[in-house]
Design a protein around this ligand. Structure first.
Ligand SMILES: N[C@@H](CCC(=O)N[C@@H](CS)C(=O)NCC(=O)O)C(=O)O
Length: 201
């Protein structure tokens, strides 16, 4: 299999963490990709018409894309149970929340990187951060019990989302007022799979 990947992408990091945690690293060749909507660069457009990464090509069928699809496929392939049957809907909702945090955080970066200065909207950027802040507050208030116990895809996705906030939006200090989430992240980020996949420019 081949993974179209970027070392800075939190969505790609989810996949790389799953590969490590489920013992499938050797089954995948990493193909670096750089690009965005305005400059598609090496994005695998033939495999994913949306022009986004991660994309996983595999011998037995069409390429898979969207990190949620790829992670679920790799989990099933390894029989790893990152989506426990007894809490499936909670895990999927928390993964979707983490992915939404990443979406908003990535859009904030694109606004600065891709738009000419005169076309940028600080209000729109702040509105993206408001989404992130609301999601983090909801997790702090209602979801912390779901982050305890054996490894799940919800934990991996959230760990990658929080790591990306530190990487790209460190000055906004997401930890402020969120002691439980902050403590959880300190422990989770020390897992070898998280340490080995820390985002790089
Ligand atoms: N929902 C997608 C989002 C993937 C995504 O937005 N990836 C970014 C890189 S971090 C990308 O490929 N951006 C290129 C673009 O939006 O054109 C997933 O979970 O895989």
């Amino acid at each position: 299999m081949r993974l179209h990947d970027n070392a800075a992408s939190p969505f790609c990091r989810k996949v790389r963490v799953v590969l490590i945690e489920t013992g499938q690293v050797d089954a995948v060749e990493i193909v670096p990709a750089v690009g965005h909507a305005l400059e598609t660069g090496q994005m695998p457009l033939a495999e994913n018409p949306l022009g986004k990464i991660p994309v996983l090509t595999r011998p037995e069928g069409p390429a898979l894309y969207d990190s949620r699809v790829i992670c679920r496929y790799l989990d099933a392939r390894a029989g790893a149970r990152l989506y426990p049957e007894s809490r499936l809907w909670e895990v999927l909702t928390l993964e979707a929340t983490a992915d939404g945090i990443m979406d908003a955080a990535v859009l904030m970066v694109y606004e600065a990187r891709c738009r000419p200065e005169g076309e940028r909207s600080p209000a729109w950027v702040d509105a993206q951060w408001d989404k992130i802040a609301r999601a983090l507050d909801a997790i702090e208030a209602r979801w912390m019990t779901q982050l305890a116990g054996p490894l799940t895809m919800a934990q991996i996705a959230l760990g990658c989302a929080l790591g990306y906030l530190d990487f790209r939006h460190g000055t906004r200090d997401w930890r402020q007022g969120r002691a439980s989430l902050s403590d959880w992240e300190a422990g989770f980020s020390s897992r070898p799979a998280m340490a080995q996949t820390a985002p790089a420019p």
